[in-house]
Design a binder for this molecule. Structure first.
Ligand code: PRP
Length: 186
């Protein structure tokens, strides 16, 4: 067992479960967008691992870009404020107007991050806007918000791995696990 594995209480989704689900969602996106060429926008940093697998599960022409948005910092609860790139099109390196946008996230929790990002993207007049999240923690929602695509629903547990961090660590776990409470309550 590695140094990071030993801080995991239990595995929530194995590498195989993630692989299969990401393939299913990639197939759905490929069908839904078969006559379009979507621009997928990953929200950094959490979406990096999911984006790289989802992208390869899509078999239609598509493009990618990334935006940085943070609300948690090194804490386990949201700061209530989303820090994001001011000039979105400059950060993306491409225009948004007239594009079919799919926002790619690792986790939808209170929905503060995604509702803020979507509001800013909408101001730039995309042709359409959808959201794809790896995990959906519906019990924590403080804003009414629904993802268009999601891989997994999760309970109110502290999940890490497959891009999701605790204080910037654990993103490199290949599976999704629940962190032992003694790690974050120290
Ligand atoms: C996490 C996650 C989402 C957001 C979800 O980001 O990646 O962006 O929190 O929470 P919310 O629905 O309550 O807003 P974080 O601020 O931890 O930054 P990171 O992506 O760099 O890990």
């Amino acid at each position: 067992m590695s140094k990071i594995d030993e801080n995991i209480g239990r595995v929530l989704f194995s590498e195989e479960q993630i692989r299969n689900r990401v393939l299913e969602i990639g197939k759905r996106i490929s069908e839904d967008y078969k006559d379009k060429e979507p621009l997928m926008i990953g929200i950094l940093k959490g979406s990096a691992v999911f984006m790289s697998d989802l992208l390869r599960a899509i078999d239609i022409p598509c493009r990618i870009a990334f935006l940085t948005a943070r609300s948690y910092g090194l804490n386990t609860t949201s700061s209530g404020k989303v820090n994001m790139d001011e000039d979105i099109e400059r950060a993306l390196g491409t225009k948004v107007e007239g594009e079919h946008i799919i926002i790619v996230e690792d986790i939808l929790d209170t929905a503060l991050t995604l509702s803020t990002v979507c509001e800013k993207i909408r101001e730039l007049k995309p042709a359409s806007l959808k959201v794809c999240t790896l995990m959906d923690k519906q019990v924590q929602r403080s804003i009414d918000f629904k993802a268009d695509y999601k891989c997994f629903d999760v309970e109110n547990e502290f999940v890490v791995g497959y891009g999701v961090d605790y204080a910037e660590n654990y993103r490199n776990l290949p599976y999704i696990g629940v962190l032992k409470p003694e790690i974050y309550s120290k």
